[in-house]
Design a protein around this ligand. Structure first.
Ligand SMILES: Nc1ncnc2c1ncn2[C@@H]1O[C@H](COP(=O)(O)OP(=O)(O)OP(=O)(O)O)[C@@H](O)[C@H]1O
Length: 317
């Protein structure tokens, strides 16, 4: 294993059992995160993102597999790993009755910093995360974006090398989301490696240097957003069909000018080499069968197309 990887996980597995049923939430997962990267862990609900993060953050013991986390062996030295990482849970961890400043001071004290240094770290975090206006109010009065920034400030108060963020922007409005992206980029610029989970395609595309797509507890694709999209060469023709999508799919699947067909609701997604040549042929085939498209759109492959190509399902469903 390369000693300098921020995360090098091999064959991680976690099985949840209830009664007689067992479910592999994480099922032989390999993941490599290089230092200084922002890596996005992208996948639908229940894909195993949180379980993976919790294992890497020493909060859950893997049933199988090995991992180096921040240069240390997860199984052999979990306490060492904990000192080098930060973890921000999905729901956050602020206590509503406390102020942000109190929370930050308490967190610093929990890491063992003396009182004066704890106050200094809290003050620096309040400035860095632009929380000056609300730091001395109770957390229950904060906006969603402010609360989430306090959560992240709490997660990095000890300056970890590696930060795990579980859905840092879920539920935030677009402005607060963009603000959080700036915070994450700032932490990376300060030398931190960030592994975050998201089910927002836009977030993975805009923020992450690399994206690992997870489905059913396994990585199904891994690369920079641009690489992942390039791997799906050609173009995507999306045809709206008002209730006739299945019939149209049957007609077009197997045609030489269509590489693959995906159906989703009333739409067909047709993967073609070149839309300019394929669209007239597609329209002619539909017309012969008496099918009238409600709309035809062309687009370059998106991360959703990558997800579809790898799993046969849309992340947006
Ligand atoms: N404590 C648990 N006991 C039993 N099953 C669990 C437990 N925690 C998670 N699971 C199941 O394991 C699977 C993976 O869950 P996990 O929370 O890791 O997914 P996720 O990708 O983070 O999903 P989400 O995006 O909804 O947070 C899901 O099917 C979930 O229901």
């Amino acid at each position: 294993m390369p000693r300098d990887a921020a995360v090098d996980a091999r064959g991680l597995r976690k099985t949840y059992r209830s009664g007689k049923t067992a479910r592999n939430a994480v099922d032989g997962l390999d993941l490599l995160v290089e230092p200084g990267e922002i890596v996005g862990f992208l996948g639908p609900n229940g894909a195993g993102k949180t379980t993976t993060l919790r294992m890497l953050a020493t909060l859950l013991r893997p049933d199988a597999g090995t991992a180096l986390v921040a240069g240390l062996d997860l199984g052999a030295d979990p306490a060492g790993v904990r000192r080098r990482i930060g973890y921000v849970a999905q729901g956050g961890s602020t206590w509503y009755e406390a102020t942000g400043r109190e929370e930050l001071i308490l967190q610093s004290r929990l890491y063992g910093y003396p009182r004066a240094e704890a106050a200094g770290r809290a003050a620096a975090a309040i400035e860095a995360f632009e929380l000056t206006d609300c730091a001395d109010r109770r957390c229950k009065t904060y906006s969603g974006g402010q609360r989430r920034r306090v959560d992240v400030a709490l997660g990095v108060i000890h300056r970890p090398q590696l930060l795990f963020l579980d859905e840092p922007t879920t539920g935030l409005d677009p402005q607060s989301r963009a603000r959080m992206w700036d915070e994450v980029r700032r932490l990376r610029a300060e030398g931190m490696t960030v592994l975050l989970t998201t089910h927002y395609l836009e977030e993975a595309d805009a923020l992450c240097d690399r994206v690992a797509i997870i489905d059913h507890g396994r990585i199904v694709a891994d690369g920079s957003p641009a690489e992942l999209k390039r791997a799906i060469s050609g173009e995507v023709v999306s045809v709206g069909l008002n209730g006739a999508a299945q019939a149209a799919a049957g007609l077009l699947d197997g045609q030489p000018y269509v590489r693959r067909v995906e159906t989703g609701g009333d739409r067909l997604r047709l993967y073609v080499d070149a839309a300019a040549g394929a669209v007239p042929l597609i329209l002619r085939t539909l017309e012969h069968a008496g099918l009238q498209p409600a709309s035809v759109e062309l687009h370059r492959p998106s991360l959703d197309d990558v997800f579809l190509a790898k799993t046969g399902r849309s992340l947006r469903d």
